[in-house]
Structures are given as C-alpha cells and as structure tokens.
Design a binder for this molecule. Structure first.
Ligand code: UFG
Length: 333
C-alpha cells in the first residue's frame, strides 16, 4: 500500500514507518520537524534499506497539503502529527487547538477531496479523563474531566472522526488509544530526544542517566498504590508500532473504531526506576517530592479488544525497554 504518515519522523511515527517499510509498504511522510530531526530519515534508511518520500510541511497549510495529495494516490493515512506537551498546552491553548484541530481538519478535507477513506489516528488514554481511574476499557465514557487542552484535542479529534464516518458510509477510522510508550528500536538508532527539560518519565530518566540532569523527582509516594507511587501502563514503542499494522485488517470495514494499546498491566514509577537501575547496573539519583497536580494514581489498559479483534498484544517487557533505552543512550552520548 502507499501510506501517508503525518508526523512520521517523530518518536512513535518513526518506529511505525520502519515497520511499514520492513513490510514493503510505500511511505510518504509529512512532518514539520517541530519535535524531531531530519536525520531520523537516515536512521530509517539504515534500518530498512529504504528512504521514505519526505515533505517538510505543516498540516495547517492547506494548499501545500492539497498539492501533496494531488501528487500521490494514497491507500491510507496514519496521522501522528500534533503537539503533545501537556504543560505547554495549558500555557498555549490556542496553539494546540490550531495545530492539532485545524491540522487534522485540513488533512481530512484533503482525504475527502481525493477520496482517501481510511485513517488511523494516534489517540491517547487521556480521552478517558480524570473520572476513569484504574483499568480502562473502550466502552467507558470519554471526554469528561480532561484537564488540559492537549488531551481535549485528542478527544475532539476522535469526535470529528466519528462524525466523518457518519457522514460518509465508506469512511473508515481507527483511533488507537496509547497508554505510556517507552523504549525504542533495539538498534538504538531511533528514539525520543525531547528538547529542554522533559515532562515525561522516561525522557527524564534518560537525562539523569546521561548526567545532563542531576536527579529524578518522583511526584508523590503517598498514593493508594502498592508502593505509594503512581502506576501506569508502560508499553514498548515497537509493540505499539506493530499495533498500527495490526489495525489494517479492521480498516476494511467502514465506521469508527477505538482500541486501547497497552500491556494490560500497571507498573509503578518506582518499579521503573528500580528496573532501570538493575539493567544499567548503576544507581539513578532520585528523590520523592510533592504530587504533580492533575496526575491520576493509576491507569492501565484493558487490552482484550485489541487482542480479540486485531490479534495484537504486547510482547516486549519493561526490561526490554530499559535495555533498548541504554543502547540508545550509548549511541547518542
Ligand atoms: N513522573 C515523575 N517524575 C517525572 C516525570 C513523571 O514522577 O519527572 C511520574 C508522573 O507523576 C506519573 C508517571 O511518572 O505518575 C508518568 O508520567 P508521564 O508524564 O510520563 O506520563 P502521564 O501518564 O502523565 O501522561 C501520559 C502521556 C500523555 C497522555 C497521558 C494519558 O505523556 O501524553 O499519559 O494517560 F495524555
């Protein structure tokens, strides 16, 4: 198939592009490079022997996106492009609504114009909102109690996709709700390299391990969880990437569908730190501090729908993720 991947040089996008090329699909990437580097394309070529077609463009420029659709005939779109920092979205809501919503609407308008009727969207567990703590299943209500504009854009895009599917009985959309992606390709050639001080746990651990930051602050050890720290469903990004390919089959049936992509089991923040220390053989400086506002005590995926309908489940472990993270750090030090 010829597949358009928006945000294809980003952390998750680059892993998906690699799997797509390995499966002999043809890939066209549109990416603004706001959160990635053009050199990711060389890494993808190193891993697959193939170079995807690349456009350095932003989805908010309708005319240029329309021109790309004119020049290619796509079978399907995988849509990652979007801003993703929870804290930045609170400071700059309009930027997030413009980039994530307007960008998606432009993409969908082009798909409609050129009769491309299949899309996979990178959604998030954040759509379950703050009322749904613990195990989350796709039948739960979404959109209530989402505490930041980033999360709201994920929910709103799911609603837009639902409406597009209602308006066009041939249109097929799959929203994959990611839990917490960690790790990277085992080669260490792809991975997450956030600029500045990271918000998320693994990128922060990586900066402490590399000596760039002094110590990790663990936000709260007084939660009602087995060790007092928060628990999340940390899923290896290569497993997550394969979930996209597993979704191709269900895209053949029109309509809107959602799937959780998680391991189905929670791991605590402290367990993550302990596993990293075990695999690296070195202590990771950390301290316990106040809770971070807006954090849920624990959230993990019920991943039975993806197992049943996509024949997909996570194979890799937290240990694998930590090993691969260390390989990435060695390659990039
Ligand atoms: N944490 C720390 N110290 C840090 C960073 C994080 O203790 O320096 C803790 C957090 O308090 C939380 C856990 O590690 O308990 C995971 O935090 P992340 O920021 O890595 O991830 P979140 O679960 O908060 O958020 C993730 C994604 C969001 C998505 C959300 C949906 O980053 O994009 O899951 O559940 F919206």
């Amino acid at each position: 198939m010829k597949i358009l991947v928006t945000g294809g040089t980003g952390y998750i996008g680059s892993h998906v592009v690699t799997e797509l090329l390995n499966q002999s699909h043809e890939v066209v990437i549109i990416d603004s490079l706001v959160n990635s580097k053009v050199s990711v394309l060389d890494s993808i070529e190193n891993l697959t022997g193939k170079k995807p077609i690349f456009y350095h463009e932003n989805l908010i420029n309708f005319g240029t996106i329309e021109k790309i659709f004119k020049d290619h005939t796509f079978d399907l779109v995988i849509h990652f492009a979007g801003l993703k920092s929870v804290s930045e979205s609170v400071e700059k809501p309009l930027l997030y609504y413009q980039q994530n919503l307007a960008g998606t609407i432009n993409l969908l308008r082009c798909m409609q114009e050129f009769k491309v009727k299949k899309i996979i969207f990178s959604s998030s567990a954040t759509v379950y909102g703050s009322g749904n703590e613990g195990e989350c299943i796709e039948t739960m209500p979404t959109g209530q109690g989402i505490t930041n504009p980033y999360g709201k854009t994920k929910y709103m895009i799911e609603e837009i996709l639902k409406d597009v599917c209602t308006s066009d009985p041939e249109f097929s959309a799959v929203a994959l709700r990611y839990f917490n992606p960690v790790g990277n390709h085992s080669s260490g050639l792809l991975g997450e390299e956030p600029n500045g001080i990271p918000n998320n746990l693994m990128p922060y651990i990586m900066k402490v391990a590399s000596g760039e930051l002094e110590e990790l602050s663990i936000y709260g050890n007084d939660y009602n969880t087995p060790d007092g720290t928060c628990r999340r469903d940390f899923i290896h990004v290569v497993d997550l990437a394969n979930g996209h390919l597993a979704a191709f089959e269900v895209l053949k049936t029109p309509g809107f569908k959602t799937y959780n992509l998680g391991t189905g089991a929670p791991t605590s923040v402290l367990e993550m730190v302990n596993t990293f220390e075990k695999i690296s053989g070195k202590p990771l400086p950390h301290k316990f501090v106040e809770r971070r506002p807006g954090d849920l005590a624990e959230i993990w995926a019920n991943s039975s729908k993806a197992a049943r309908e996509l024949n997909w489940h996570a194979n890799l472990t937290i240990e694998d993720a930590m090993k691969d993270t260390l390989t990435f750090l060695k390659k990039h030090s």
